[in-house]
Design a protein around this ligand. Structure first.
Ligand code: AHR
Length: 550
């Protein structure tokens, strides 16, 4: 077989529409790998993107499937404490260091009456949740969630019902949680045994109200007016709260952008941020193409930039001094356990819903998504991996313990290392073509434009001045070959490698199961020589972390 250079092969393949398969074709046909495989970054501590907000890698727990019941709350479990909380889950989430957890939904919140979930447990009604057709016994509610967040060492991000409840109901919950006493709702809390206010700071003003699937779905203008009314009432009760308006559910929505603009025209002045949601998948419609799939975090970059642009356009129209932050409060891979019986509880308690199994390529993409959040840390101040336990989650439970899915590991690295400031590094290196993401990559229906030239390496750099460390987090999208990363240090001197680990493997579809829980776990890589110019090798189809003392 004639030997061609990789770059020429890619160019030809691109012209004939084969570009997306080029990486795998090279490996399969044993073509020469002569093109440069080195990506270069320069680390300059002066080139800061922004301080990374403490809330950037939060998570989410919804009354859905086995997230709450059998997930974090299970009085019958051998792991249960006196509150009925699973202590093994508490330890796992505590050790991860999740900074903020969104609760109680999601779609669930749009039909949820918070008063059903407070007061003596024996008096709480069992109701049918119509979002997921599930029996809701209300044995876990607002106060239990606050107690759980304290046990775990995290902060609550409360969702408000904008589907079947009023602005007054939303304000009442703020009063119940945040007023010390002497008013109707704060006194009710005290009568329930909680003397001190919960002081909940972050609130989501509704959930996915642009979606026709949402209980109480609304038109953009109507939602904006209601959000504005509710926000004003809530701010009278507690002026220190942070309010997050409900933005588009994602780019697949026909009203994407238009919804956000109209909503913000109504409520810009009284909210602090706007929400973004997005789920990704290596679907059949996408041709089950892993090269494309691993480029999808660039769709998250684009979504962040588009929604920030809408916020700033409305700001300019209003001549406002205030800039809104973005709250990417639902993001993850989710495409297998979707729809049908995966989303229908058939009126049962704690059904197995949305129990997505995760594999290696999902973990690599989740790493890439973490990178997208880090490089937009100037604008994204809150984000939540959706979700945390059992439901599209890094952690699964059964009666005997816990399973870490593959996506647990990149999430854990983001939590451990994304502290300090994100640095702008402008990587330059070899790339491949992702011409078009074609037909629906998510549940929607609109095609998403392609990304063109996609670099094999997706690299972000975090400088933690307090700890005197610099950490690089890198995804290698090359399915066949390792890639080299050349690191040039401009003003910092690396002294020692603190950690160099990767998640990779021979099988992109391999995942962890209760029977085989350690099939895909991080591996330690050989430490590179440290110097002002250093080179590391990143395995094919991997997500890696390299942390250095400086
Ligand atoms: O996280 C699962 C669901 O996805 C949430 O309930 C909803 O907000 C989104 O559509």
């Amino acid at each position: 077989m004639k030997t061609v250079s990789r770059r020429r092969f890619l160019k030809k393949a691109g012209q004939s529409g084969l570009a997306l398969a080029a990486g795998s074709a090279l490996g399969r046909f044993g073509l020469a790998q002569s093109a440069p495989r080195t990506t270069r970054v320069t680390i300059d501590s002066g080139r800061q993107i922004a301080p990374i907000d403490h809330h950037l890698f939060g998570s989410f727990l919804e009354h859905l499937g086995r997230a709450i019941y059998e997930g974090i709350y299970d009085p019958k479990s051998k792991f249960a404490d006196s509150n009925g909380f699973r202590t093994d889950v508490i330890k796992e989430v505590h050790d991860l260091g999740v900074p903020i957890v969104r609760y109680p939904g999601g779609n669930f919140v749009s039909g949820y009456h918070w008063l059903d979930g407070v007061g003596p447990k024996k008096d709480r009604p069992t109701v049918l949740d119509r979002a997921w057709n599930t029996l809701e016994p209300n044995q876990f509610g607002t106060n239990e969630f606050i107690a759980w967040t304290r046990a775990v060492g995290t902060e609550p991000l409360f969702g408000l019902n904008f589907g079947t409840a009023s602005a007054e109901d939303a304000a009442a919950l703020v009063e119940y949680c945040n007023v010390a006493g002497g008013t109707k709702w704060s006194n009710l809390r005290r009568s329930h045994g909680y003397e001190q206010p919960h002081n909940v700071k972050y609130w989501c003003v509704g959930n996915e109200m642009d979606g026709t699937w949402q209980i109480g779905h609304m038109e953009d203008r109507d939602y904006g007016i209601k959000a504005s009314d509710a926000a004003r009432q809530m701010r009278v009760i507690d002026p220190t709260i942070k309010l997050i308006a409900c933005g588009s559910s994602g780019p697949f929505q026909p009203t994407y952008i238009e919804w956000d603009r109209t909503v913000l025209e109504e409520c810009y002045d009284v909210v602090d941020g706007i929400s973004l949601h997005r789920y990704f998948g290596n679907t059949e419609e996408n041709g089950n193409d892993s090269s494309k799939y691993l480029a999808m975090n660039l769709g998250m970059d684009r979504q962040i930039e588009e929604i920030a642009a809408v916020c700033d356009t409305v700001r300019a129209h209003k001549r406002s001094n205030k800039q809104l932050f973005l709250s990417f409060d639902e993001w993850n891979v989710w495409y297998r356990a979707r729809g049908g019986d995966f989303a229908d509880g058939h009126g049962k308690l704690a059904p197995h819903l949305l129990e997505e199994p995760y594999n290696l390529e999902d973990a690599v993409l989740v790493g890439g998504l973490a990178n997208s959040l880090i490089r937009h840390s100037d604008r994204v101040k809150v984000a939540c991996l959706a979700q945390l336990v059992n439901v599209i989650a890094p952690i699964a439970t059964n009666e005997d313990g816990i399973l870490r899915h593959t996506i647990f590991y990149p999430y854990a690295w983001a939590l451990k290392y994304a502290h300090g400031r994100a640095l702008s590094v402008a990587p330059e290196g070899p790339s491949y073509q992702v011409a078009s993401l074609g037909q629906p990559i998510e549940s929607g229906g609109l095609s998403i434009p392609g990304f063109g030239d996609v670099q094999y390496l997706d690299v972000v750099v975090v400088h933690d001045e307090e700890k005197s460390t610099v950490t690089l987090l890198a995804m290698n999208r090359d399915l066949q070959n390792e890639q080299e990363l050349e690191i040039n240090w401009h003003d910092l001197t690396p002294s020692k490698v603190l950690a160099f680990e990767t998640i990779t493997g021979p099988d992109l579809k391999a995942g962890n199961t209760l029977a085989d829980p350690k099939r895909v776990t991080p591996q330690t890589l050989e430490n590179p020589a440290v110097g002002s110019r250093m080179t590391v090798k990143l395995p094919a189809r991997s997500y890696s972390v390299l942390s250095l003392a400086v």
